[in-house]
Design a protein around this ligand. Sequence first.
Ligand SMILES: Cc1cc2nc3c(=O)[nH]c(=O)nc-3n(C[C@H](O)[C@H](O)[C@H](O)COP(=O)(O)OP(=O)(O)OC[C@H]3O[C@@H](n4cnc5c(N)ncnc54)[C@H](O)[C@@H]3O)c2cc1C
Length: 432
Amino acid sequence: METLLVVGAGPKALAVAAKSHVLRKLGLPAPRVIVVEAHAVGGNWLPSGGWTDGRHRLGTSPEKDIGFPYHSTWARGHNGAINEAMMAYSWAAFLVEHGTYAEWIDRGRPSPQHHVWAKYLQWVAREIDLELVLGTVGSIRQRPDAAVEGWLVSVADADGGMTEIDADALMITGPGRSTKALAEHPRVLSIAEFWDLAGRRRLPVCSRAAVIGGGETAGSALDELVRHEMLTISVISPMATLYTRGESFFENALYSDPNKWSALSMQERRDVIRRTDRGVFSVRVQESLLGDSRVHHLQGRVTRIVEQGEGVALTLRNELRADQVHNFDLVVDATGGQPLWFLDLIDADAKDLLELAIGGPLTQSRIESAIGYDLAVAGLGAKLYLPSMAAVAQGPGFPNLSCLGELSDRVLRTAPVRSSARARVNVSALAS
Ligand SMILES: Cc1cc2nc3c(=O)[nH]c(=O)nc-3n(C[C@H](O)[C@H](O)[C@H](O)COP(=O)(O)OP(=O)(O)OC[C@H]3O[C@@H](n4cnc5c(N)ncnc54)[C@H](O)[C@@H]3O)c2cc1C
């Protein structure tokens, strides 16, 4: 059986592992999915993951769960059965099993707290008997001189023991680390430091706070800061204003069903992403923040940070204006993940192959443009699935929670998986 190794046991890994489990139960070919996770299933939705304190709420509806939109179309004669079987791992099934479905409906379908979302993912993992390896992926290289290309992934466990896992295909998930801060200063916090201090009720007392960034990471941090005593809370982003995600049917439909995406020009795609995703707060975050007169927006890119008494002075740059300097006594770097974080794991030879496949140096835009229909880098012998970088080429919902069911279909329907499974059936038929 082909092996697909997934780095990180978040929603994407669970979506692919559950769909693979369902396909095999239905007698359809599917790879063995091994998930390597550094912390815990759903780790980035728990305080220990460094992206949240676990108490803030999901921005999107939890019904956009690991099977959403339950619309497999590629397995002729089996699509209905796949969709039905996947419902066993839905958010609603989770609530039914825990006896809280009616209460959730009666309370108006509230967005769950992040730690509850992690519980849902952990429940799915148990239900499908997820093949989980607890450890941190430290390096990735290609199988040397193998007739069939593949990946060798080395994993360090908590005791420092190393294992190397051989896989035919590899999928990278997650935003990377949350420990980076724009400057090394006790009043400039990375998002991991911020949540650590907030969780221990140790956030420094301050009067002028700034959050750098305009996405969900910044939204959750702001949601926390407004609960503290301070005079002003500035949100710093390069955009002209703080945009709210429209969440109209037309916008959401492009996220749930990315099939229309390929008909849009590059300019139109970037436009949709800019208006609906990058630097945009969810409606819920905006609603809770707009009512607070301490919160305001400062436009600009932070180009300089210098110590200023107890706090720091930030220089903000805007193209058509002179630089502006603002003083703060607490700054949170909430600029979010680093899309290319996984390149640090990949060895030089594999990087060379990746460069050959994408036709030049490994830049974000070049990799994004090279993501194929199956969410893997086109032109690479061994499959490398990068759904978090698939927005521009394949659809804005793939990096987030908007169409995890479609994501798993795209990954699992790939020709090698099915044709090699057919080939094995033929070989074993010949042998018998
Ligand atoms: C605070 C916050 C709120 C968000 N809210 C929403 C929302 O409401 N709706 C939405 O659509 N999107 C939201 N997002 C975006 C969200 O990150 C993605 O939608 C989605 O979680 C990504 O899922 P994933 O499976 O790729 O990764 P993650 O859930 O991020 O999981 C990645 C996993 O990889 C593990 N890991 C990392 N490095 C290694 C390594 N070297 N070895 C082994 N394991 C490793 C981590 O421990 C983690 O468990 C939010 C993001 C943040 C930061």
